[in-house]
Ligand binder design. Sequence first.
Ligand code: PMP
Length: 413
Amino acid sequence: MTEQGSPRQQGNNLDPWYHHYAQRTSGLAASEVRALFAVASRPEVVSLAGGMPYVAALPEDLVVGAMDRVMREQGPVALQYGSGQGVPALREQILEVMALEGISGSADDVIVTTGSQHALELFSKLFIDPGDVVLAEGPSYVTAMVIFRSYQAEVDHVPMDEHGMIPQALREHIARLKAAGRRVKFLYTVPTFHNPAGVTLSWERRLEILEIARQNDILVLEDNPYGLLYFGEKPPAAMRSVERDGVVYLGTFSKTLAPGFRVGWALAPHAIREKLILANEAAVLSPSSFSQLVISEYLRDADWRGQIDTFRGVYRERKEAMISALEEYLPELSWTNPNGGFYVWLTLPPHLDSKAMLPRAVTELVAYTPGTAFYGNGSGAQNIRLSFCYPTPENIKVGVRRLANVINGEQDL
Ligand code: PMP
C-alpha cells in the first residue's frame, strides 16, 4: 500500500510507475493499429498486414535432423553460454552466405546477434546521442525507427522512387541539416526489396549514395534481410561489396531459414566490430549457442541453397497472385511490383486515409498496414503496405477483393 501523498500517486491509474520511466521510452507506445491487429489475427480475417515468413515451406525433418545431431554430438556446448561474438564455425559459414551477395570479408568481423533486430539495437546504442539525426528512406522499416527514436534520434526521411532512395534528395537533406547545425550520425537503408516500399536501389544509385556518404563522413547501415529472396534476375550486389570501411552490414537467417531461431549478424569495420561485441556481451552475454549450432549444422548438411530456391518459388507465386488481384480489382490504383521480398506498396486516391479506413477493412475481414506506420512525420496516409509472404495465393486474391470493396465503398461515401 502506498501512503497518501507518496510519489507513487503521481503516476496515472493504469501505471503507478508512469513518472519513473526514462525519457527515451516516450516513443514506446503501442499504436492504435496494434490493437486492431489483435482482431485481425482471427482466422476469418485475411491478413495482408504482418511480415511473417512462410515457415511451413521449410521441411520439418531438415530442422529436426540438425537439432538431433547437435544434441547428440555437441550437447554440452549447445546448452552452455558461448562467445559474445558468436560461434566461429557459423561466422565462417555466414561469409559463404554473404558471398552470394558479392560480399567478401573476414569471419573476425562478423558478430552474431539475436536477429538483425538486435543488431539494429546494438548499433543504435553505440552511435546515437539524443538529438542526433538518422537519415532513412521515406517510408522506412517501422521497428528500426522505434529503436532510433528510443535513443532519442530524429528520423529524417529521404524520398524514394521506383529505383530506391533518390541521391539528389539525399544531398539536399544533408545540406539542409548541416545548415541547421544538426548532426547526422548515419544513413539507415534497406536497399534491396525494401520494407515497406518493395523497391530496389539501382546499382548506379548504390555507388552514388556511397560516394555522398563518404564525402559527408556519414556511416551507412545497410539492412538486407530479403536480398536472397529474388523472383527473377539477381538484384545488384550489396553496398557493402563496394565499401568496407563506411558500411555496417546486417544480415539474418529469419527469411532464408526461420525467424524462430533469432539469429542474425552484423559485418562491421574492424574497430566498430570490437564495440559491437562488447555491447552484445553486455546485453545478452552470448547469442543462443543452441540456435547457432543448429543453423551451423543445417548449413553444413542440408541443401540450404535449394531451400532458398523453394522459398523464392513460394513468394514469387504469392507476389504474382497479389499483382494479378490488384490488376483485376483495383486497376485504377498504382502499386510497386517487387522483384523479391515480401511487400507491395499501394497508393490510394488522394482523398482516402489508410489509417482511418483500417477499422472498416477489418470489419470486411481484411487487414493491412497503413502507410503512416512507416514514417515518423505523419506522412503515408495515402499508402498501404500489403504483405504477400504469409497467406496462400487463394487467400491473397480474396483479401485484395475485400480491400477493393472497402476502397470503392469509401470512394462512394
Ligand atoms: N530489418 C528489416 C528491414 C526487416 O524487415 C526485419 C524483419 N521484419 C528485420 C530487420 C528484423 O529481422 P530479424 O530480427 O528477424 O532478423
